[in-house]
Design a protein. Sequence first.
Length: 254
Amino acid sequence: MPQPQPLPDPARIAKLALDAAVLVHQSGGDTARTTATLDRTARALGARRVDAIVSSLSLGVTVSVDGRQETALRRAPHMGVNFRVLSGVNRAVNALEAGRVGANGFATLLDDLESYPHYYPAWLVAVFVGFACGAFAALFHGDLMAVAITSIGAALGMRVRQLLAMRHFKPFVFAPAAAFVATLVVGLLQGLTGTPQAALAASVLFLIPGVPLINGAADLLSGSYLNALVRLTMGAVFVVGLALGMSVALRIVV
């Protein structure tokens, strides 16, 4: 006679669902995407009902399986943006729903995503951020020297941001400091270019919080008003800090 299949364990389901959702939440996913990951994962693992809650710093889920319930909470502070992890979690959930992997295989996929280095070396990120801002200077019709000094200023500003963030300073500290350094460097070198305005404008674009603003708007449109307010406020802190640091530097060099 065939052996009866064991009933799904609600505690195991809740843990794996939270593991997947935390990766999404900490890698730049909006509230709707994080909630969908919780729901899809839990149901693919056998949950009959899934009740999820997503806040800016924590996640919670209650799963029901054949009359048994399990509630789990997880602290999940924002860590940055990592589209590789977002895509990896989505592929893992798709495989789970299609039956290509089981619970153990799904857990292994999540462990691989979490253990894989999330970011390139900090110095390399700073260099390429500088190049990106230099490209914006070119788009703003800056000359070759404007592109060069923008790249230098933005790279140094990004490095200041990284060092302060590594020491757990908040955005209202590192955003003004990074904007100040980037603008000051470009301002001191502006005599080398005939288009200093393009260089000054482009040198601080690395501080524009694109993903938080986009996710805040998405949360607002999907009805997640509290999370939208948190994300938009964080974006406003960056923008105000950028303006403050840039204003102080301009008073010195102009």
